[in-house]
Design a protein around this ligand. Structure first.
Ligand code: UT7
Length: 325
């Protein structure tokens, strides 16, 4: 029986020009390049310029994804932005992106699942495509995480960076087998009882301020390695594939030790892991599409290959997606 699949037809990325090294941070907080490299694998991160908003990063990534898909903004009928650092409390950053791209009136909204946001947004877009409500969907992960940092907290301010990645999804009727192109399987999770492990201490209906990111790093670390693996197995089962059969593993880029720990737990060869955390740090919802865009652009990821995406973040949320490019 044939099924309607959402196929990735273009991938794009954008990183702000300004680079902040570990040594730069060591000048303002009690840390060192050696500690950050050893505990996280991070060497540098990108930071938005004064006046550069999350929507600007999103639009730059979107334009590249559209071009690579051979599409223009006029073709779009759905925009979803996964972000936790939108330009304004409202409207949605997706609405601002629609305006800046000059796209026609369409469906546009944000998804807020923090670092898991891109995986959540892909599954939402897939629903629109499957129902015939989207024929050219733009899904973006875009963040200005450095805006949420408390630069007196060395336990968090060294970990995050800014950037955006985007994909174009288009419908394609496929035979309905594991050889199909497109989004093949998902697992999405949230456990709100663990809110206190990772959150921002501000918001419109509580403090009336933007707030700063707070994290119990070690506990989040333990949760990540154990629960991500379960989510990945569930997404693989949903897609009907074996984890070992994937060509590339594209994890959320929070910490090199987590990436390796999860890959090891799942029996995935380290050579199959796409890693950008060293240069991008943790860009929350942007990290997966940024990593994917890099590996597609440099030719590592080839059309027809099977990709496994996973993420974990505030909520706590976590999830995974299996797709064939
Ligand atoms: O995207 C959302 C998901 N987020 C994550 O997945 C992050 C998960 N957590 C982590 O990646 C790690 O837990 C961290 C990188 C945040 C911390 O690494 P850790 O190995 O768990 O360190 P720790 O928190 O146990 O701290 C060890 C020591 C402490 O000093 P004492 O108490 O042993 O004297 C910290 O105060 O390292 C100290 N420390 C630092 N030292 C230098 C913490 N941050 C820093 C720092 N520079 N930036």
């Amino acid at each position: 029986m044939s099924v309607m699949r959402s196929v990735v037809t273009g991938v794009g990325a954008y990183l702000p020009a300004n680079i902040v090294t570990n040594d730069d941070l060591a000048k303002i907080v009690d840390t060192s390049d050696a500690w950050i490299r050893e505990r996280t694998g991070i060497v540098q991160r990108h930071k938005v310029a004064e006046g550069e908003a999350t929507s600007d990063l999103a639009v730059a990534a979107a334009r590249q994804a559209l071009e690579r898909a051979g599409r223009t903004p006029a073709d779009l009928d759905l925009i979803i932005v996964a972000t936790t650092t939108g330009d304004l409390t409202f409207p949605a950053t997706a609405a601002i992106v629609q305006r800046k791209l000059g796209a026609p009136v369409l469906i546009a909204f944000d998804v807020q699942a923090v670092c898991s946001g891109f995986v959540y947004a892909l599954s939402v877009a897939d629903g629109f495509v499957a129902r015939g409500m989207a024929r050219c969907a733009l899904v973006i992960g875009a963040e200005s995480m450095t805006k949420l940092m408390d630069y007196t907290d060395r336990g968090t301010c060294v970990l995050f960076g800014d950037g955006a990645g985007a994909v174009i999804l288009e419908p394609s009727e496929q035979p309905g087998t594991t050889a199909d192109r497109g989004l093949l399987g998902f697992a999405l999770r949230c456990d709100g009882t663990k809110q206190d492990l990772l959150y921002v201490d501000g918001g419109p209906s509580t403090t009336g301020t933007v707030g700063h990111l707070r994290m119990a790093g070690q506990q989040v670390f333990r949760h990540a390695v154990v629960n991500i693996a379960e989510g990945v197995e569930a997404a693989a089962a949903d897609a009907g594939i074996e984890v070992a059969s994937v060509d590339w593993f594209i994890p959320h880029q929070a910490n090199l030790r987590i990436l390796k720990g999860v890959a090891h737990r799942l029996g995935i060869d380290e050579a199959k892991v796409i890693c950008t955390v060293d240069r991008h740090a943790n860009t929350s919802a942007a990290s997966i599409p940024l990593a994917m865009a890099e590996a597609v652009a440099d030719g590592r990821i080839q059309p027809g290959q099977l990709l496994l995406l996973e993420a974990m973040g505030g909520g706590l949320t976590w999830g995974a997606c299996v797709l064939r490019l």
